[in-house]
Ligand binder design. Structure first.
Ligand code: PLP
Length: 556
């Protein structure tokens, strides 16, 4: 039993809504005041969690953690267990998220999050989200037929990973239609094939002539359009959905226990988690785990050259562009790269190419409450909401904002940050492949899955950003009792170009050995994709959505 009963209700970070249910926040995604949903209270772990949970499977851990955030009145325990079991049955390893030791001496471990259906960490969250949608809809639609049924229309834009993970999470779900817009010809061939070869009737891939930004703009226009909102229940599955954060919390605990069980963890040792970060969703789950009571010494934000978060931790300014004068600060000129970023920079780790980090707003709320909160709980929440709203308004109108030293201090208590250039990413992939024979920490960590062979480990470019940041902290800290768990967010075969660039000169390297059997022949399979004509605009996309949903529901 939890040591106290958490409220299990949710509020918006901008103060516009309180006392919402888990179901409300999962189906809505974004709050109507533009804010993000967070739990009214972060639950604490039960007093005996460490002994009681030590030998739990991934699924059992997920159940314990999620039970602290979802009341049984909303989802009865047996149902929650079923949802979790179904969500992780699609993973290729029994352990779901195994850890592998990359370097015994340095105490560097890799947490492999890519054993789900699309070979990227987003599966951990989107498999669960799909089953939660299904559960809520079945319950809402009991005994209803035809137009009375609650039907969800999920619309999203993707430059690669999110789209395929969302499609695999939602394929075949009753009462859900999913529309994923991608820029035609601008996603990697494997990612394109992963999305378009899913033939379920409720899955609609829209190939848009244009850029990822054009796709995203069209999605935003649809969500803001009163006409489509009057007839369709639009839902978002992007990284701001609370259920995704919650689902990701599990693997922080799971990796901690894996390390404990491995016998490599001496009493008094400390653990740091390093997270390749874009929209701050993955690492935010670690923050919740830490606030609940997981003994994490620090969480390390590892960015690529799109480094708004690293600049925040180094300067206290959260700005789309580095202001003149601040760019000379330590850590920003690594490898001589320019700190001044004009728009989003295309890097070798595209899933982290962001201008601003959408989930960062959630951390800001907790920091604001801690520093500015006065009076009773209600008053404190109100003040935090006002502060967050003001910061986000400044971001929108002035392109950024600075925080007071107390806020930055608060942020530094739980986090460190590091920026890793493309050049360093390539060097890290090469270094890990040529000099660190890994040892499997787990009996079911399979060597034949493509990442571990010939004695070297093949990192994907996103994971390499994390590993490089870990290596720098290991050297800087020189603390023999600290373990680093670096999160590996994608399988290398998804990012052939970057891996090939890094390893093609290495004697004996052949990429074909690293390609999982699931990818073989994928590009030749039957595809289902709707070409969006040039110049059809978001209204044209709206027509496609209407027509396809009507067809699916048998109304056309
Ligand atoms: C989405 C993604 C990330 C970034 O995760 P955030 O939650 O946005 O910080 C990193 N690596 C890969 C491979 C991803 O798909």
């Amino acid at each position: 039993m939890p040591s106290f009963t958490p409220s299990q209700r949710y509020l918006s970070t901008r103060g516009g809504s309180y006392d919402l249910s888990f179901e409300d926040v999962v189906l809505k995604g974004l709050a109507s005041d533009g804010g993000l949903f967070i739990p009214e209270e972060i639950p604490s772990l039960p007093a005996d969690w460490e002994t009681k949970w030590k030998n739990h499977s991934f699924e059992d851990l997920a159940f314990e953690i999620m039970s602290l955030y979802i009341s049984t009145a909303e989802i009865p325990s047996e149902d929650l267990k079923n949802i979790i079991r179904k969500s992780y049955a699609t993973f290729r390893t029994r352990d779901v998220t195994p850890i592998v030791t990359l370097d015994e001496e340095k105490k560097l471990h890799l947490l492999e999050l890519f054993h789900g259906p699309t070979f990227a960490f987003k599966d951990v969250a989107l498999q669960l989200l799909g089953n939660l949608f299904e559960f809520f809809l079945i319950r809402r639609n009991k005994g209803k037929t035809g137009k009375d049924r609650h039907h969800l229309t999920v619309v999203g834009a993707t430059s690669g990973d999110t789209g395929s993970a969302a499609i695999y999470g939602l394929r075949g779900k009753t009462d859900v239609s999913v529309f994923i817009l991608h820029p035609k010809g601008k996603v990697s061939p494997i990612q394109e094939a992963q999305m378009t070869t899913v033939l379920d009737a409720n899955v609609h891939n829209l190939a848009v002539k244009g850029t990822f930004d054009d796709c995203q703009d069209a999605v935003k226009a649809l969500f803001a359009d009163p006409e489509i909102n009057a007839t369709h229940n639009l839902a978002a599955v992007n990284s701001i959905n609370w259920a995704r954060i919650l689902a990701q919390t599990t693997y922080y605990f799971h990796s901690y226990f894996s390390l404990l069980r491995s016998g490599k963890f001496a009493p008094g040792s400390k653990v740091r988690w390093t997270v390749p970060t874009g929209n701050f969703g993955d690492i935010l789950a670690g923050y919740f785990a830490k606030r609940m009571g997981l003994p994490a010494e620090k969480l390390i934000v590892a960015t690529n050259e799109n480094d708004i978060l690293n600049r925040f931790w180094k300067t206290g300014y959260y700005e789309k562009k580095a202001a003149k004068g601040r760019e000379a600060l330590d850590g920003l000129k690594e490898d001589g790269a320019k700190a001044q970023v004009e728009g989003v920079k295309e890097t070798l780790s595209p899933a982290m190419d962001i201008l601003v980090s959408s989930n960062f707003e959630r951390l800001l709320w907790y920091l604001a409450k801690e520093v500015y909160g006065k009076g009773d709980e209600t008053e404190q929440r109100k003040i935090a909401g006002q502060k967050v709203k003001q910061w986000l308004d400044d971001l929108k109108t002035n392109g950024g904002f600075g925080v007071e030293p107390a806020i930055l201090e608060g942020a530094k208590r739980d986090f460190d940050s590091e920026r890793v250039s493309d050049k360093a990413t390539v060097e890290t992939i090469k270094q890990l492949y040529t000099s660190h024979p890994p040892t499997a920490a787990h009996s079911d960590a399979k060597a034949e899955d493509g990442t571990r062979h010939k004695g070297g480990y093949i990192l994907d470019p996103h994971s390499a950003v994390g590993v490089q940041a870990s290596l720098r902290f290991i050297e800087r800290l020189a603390s023999p009792n600290t373990h680093h768990i670096s999160l590996s967010t994608a399988h290398p075969a998804k990012f052939v170009q970057a891996v090939d660039l890094s390893l093609r000169d290495v004697q004996g390297f052949s990429f074909s050995a690293a390609i999982p059997k699931e990818f073989e022949g994928l590009e030749q399979k039957e595809k289902r994709v709707i070409d969006v004509e040039e110049g059809s605009g978001w209204q044209g996309i709206r027509e496609i959505v209407r027509k396809e949903v009507a067809k699916e529901m048998g109304l056309a």
